[in-house]
Design a protein around this ligand. Structure first.
Ligand SMILES: [Mg+2]
Length: 257
């Protein structure tokens, strides 16, 4: 049996209800230089639709993207979404409630935004309701030193402003209120009433969720060329976004049989 086939079998053996929770970029959508152009392949969307409808299965997407950004990539029904690294966790069909930052937090974020607009215009910037993310993937391929300098400056400024710093592979994010995907996954696990969980992610920011999943089911790490740091020792390894897509397709076929 293939490695993917063996993993599918072990997921089918997990106690139901099973929560299938997935990071998006680099896990189910191939990494591209401009995050606005990232897409989830149609075949994967179809596997996700099947999983979302399967009895005894819950589906969750857990992403750093804002809700408006993930909505451009999928309009799946009946699924959980944790966006902004868990800053907002929404059950199936649930609409977001209004959120307010304190004036101090808002001001700190505004100062970070000023730095971004004056010193980091060449980076890809993601503005979220409670955070600003600086992506340097495109810069790093042409000028690694410039990319490293921007990451260092963003990191230092965010810390000086009392903002939380999130460190990803080609990312520094200044966050007014700290969240992480591990807590988001734990919340969805609890609220959905799942008995076991499968989670897969590809970045440093996914490690807490991978570790949570290995304690309650299976946690997987999707490898890539730009990998930084060793994945959690307990993680099951997948070689690529393509292999992840095969896994989802086979799981969707088997779980509804
Ligand atoms: Mg990712």
């Amino acid at each position: 049996m293939s490695r993917v086939g063996a993993l599918v079998e072990s997921l089918l053996e997990l106690e139901r209800p099973l929560l299938v929770a997935l990071d998006v970029d680099g896990t189910i959508s191939p990494i591209v230089r401009d995050p606005d152009l990232a897409r989830i392949p149609a075949s994967t969307l179809s596997s996700l639709e099947t999983l979302a409808r399967a009895p005894g299965v819950g589906l969750a997407l857990i992403t750093g993207r804002a809700l408006s950004s993930i909505a451009r990539m999928e309009q799946l029904e009946g699924i959980w979404r944790a966006v902004e690294h868990g800053g907002l966790v929404l059950g199936p069909g649930q609409a977001p409630a209004p959120r307010e930052l304190t004036p101090e937090r808002r001001e700190a974020l505004d100062l970070f935004q000023h730095w971004v607009e004056t010193r980091a215009q060449d980076a890809f910037i993601e503005y979220k309701p409670q955070a600003i993310a600086v992506h340097v993937r495109a810069i790093a391929s042409e000028d690694p030193a410039r990319a490293a300098k921007l990451l260092g400056e963003a990191d230092e400024l965010a810390q000086n402003l009392g903002l939380h710093v999130r460190r990803g592979k080609a990312l520094r994010e200044a966050e007014a209120i700290h969240h992480d995907k591990g807590h988001a996954l734990a919340e969805i696990f609890e609220r959905s009433g799942a008995s076991s969980v499968f989670f897969a992610g590809d970045d440093l920011t996914d490690f807490p969720a991978i570790e949570f999943a290995t304690r309650h089911g299976v946690g997987a790490f999707v490898c890539s060329d730009e990998q930084r740091g060793a994945p959690p020792a307990s993680a099951t390894l997948l070689q690529s976004v393509d292999e992840m897509a095969q896994l989802l397709q086979q799981l969707a076929e088997r779980i509804t049989r």
